[in-house]
Design a protein around this ligand. Structure first.
Ligand code: ZN
Length: 346
């Protein structure tokens, strides 16, 4: 980035850095929704406290990106509804206080803002789950200007902020598309100052993975009505995520001397909707109980400084390790996706 772009970033933070002021049109809370949301949240948190009291010391927050759904171009409303219904039912049944990150561009259909797609987010919130901003159009900060990126963040909060306000809560978290923080310290600092100015807390990811590759293969298997292959992809996906969970737990022990509270990233795909029970059961089998993002971020590991910046979207555990000077062998045990998935997903 040249000097002009650097000064432009700083100027833009000053222009956009204010959080929106209090009122929003049409944001009168409905009492039923408000109470229902609060009760469900209390319900989930009660189980969280109970699990801590029971001595289960490992905690994990489930985060789901690219809401309302990753649909592979399928506009059919029952298809999209099924994905959100399965995800929310699985998360609520497992008492997992998850957060979904929204790309509001996906709330539009050919005629503009789609009430149906907005209703998918309302269904998510009605289940007692949280929502955060994942930008409007999922841009790559390495390929557009700071001005364009900041504007996309702001455009991406319009509907979500109103939905949360109607339930008496606020938009608090931001998830970076592609997990790109900016390829230089200056850009990363500019972005984080901008986000903080608008009241956002960054939502890190520690258990990063390639679920989208499995999801694409799963989608294609169903497109050609090959249920046997779809089942195989699903089985291998859950096994793969278990190796990732265990790998990042080992990395956290190597870095911090203990298993830290983890943040899992998966996407709002049919694959995850149809395997949410198996995934959450697998996580529990590994000794984890589910926590909301605020609880996980209280782990002091999340105060670890990041001092190395490149154009990469990686786990915060990898960022912390690289910032601590770890190289090569420290990362050598990272599991890869099966070769046929990697070769075939594109
Ligand atoms: Zn995303």
């Amino acid at each position: 980035m040249d000097a002009w772009q650097q000064s432009r970033c700083t100027t833009l933070i000053e222009e956009f850095g204010e959080t929106e002021s209090g009122h929003s049109p049409g944001a009168t809370p409905t009492k039923v929704n408000f109470v229902s949301h609060r009760v469900k949240r209390l319900f989930l948190l009660t189980f969280l406290v109970a699990s801590v009291a029971a001595g289960q010391t490992k905690h994990l927050c489930v985060t789901i990106d690219d809401l309302p759904v990753v649909a592979y171009g399928i506009a059919d409303t029952s298809y999209q509804r099924k994905i959100i219904t399965a995800l929310t039912r699985g998360l609520v049944d497992a008492r997992a206080p998850a957060i979904g990150f929204v790309n509001e561009q996906k709330l539009n259909d050919d005629t503009g803002l789609s009430p149906f797609r907005v209703s998918l987010l309302e269904q998510w919130l009605d289940a007692g789950l949280d929502l955060g901003n994942h930008t409007y159009s999922h841009p790559d900060i390495n390929t557009i200007t700071c001005a364009a990126y900041f504007a996309d963040v702001i455009r991406g909060e319009t509907v979500t902020r109103q939905l949360l306000r109607r339930r008496g809560t606020t938009l608090r978290y931001f998830r970076h598309p592609f997990l790109y923080l900016g390829s230089t310290k200056h850009v990363a600092d500019s972005l984080s100052t901008f986000l903080a100015g608008r009241g956002y807390t960054t939502a890190p990811v520690t258990i990063d993975n390639d679920d989208y590759m499995f999801a694409a293969m799963y989608h294609r298997a169903y497109q050609r009505r090959d249920t046997a292959d779809a089942k195989k992809v699903g089985r291998e996906y859950v096994a793969y995520l278990e190796t990732k969970l265990q790998y990042y737990e080992r990395q956290s022990v190597k870095l911090f001397g203990r298993p830290i509270a983890q943040v899992l990233l998966i996407h709002a795909s049919r694959l995850n909707a149809e395997h949410i029970d198996a995934l959450l059961a697998m996580i529990r089998r590994n000794g984890y109980s589910f926590a909301d993002l605020a609880s996980v971020l209280r782990d002091e590991a999340y105060h670890t400084p990041i001092t190395v910046y490149k154009k990469y979207g990686i786990s915060w555990l990898d960022r912390w390790a690289l910032s601590a000077g770890k190289t090569g062998d420290f990362f050598k045990e990272e599991p890869d996706v099966p070769e046929y998935i990697r070769a075939g997903w594109k």
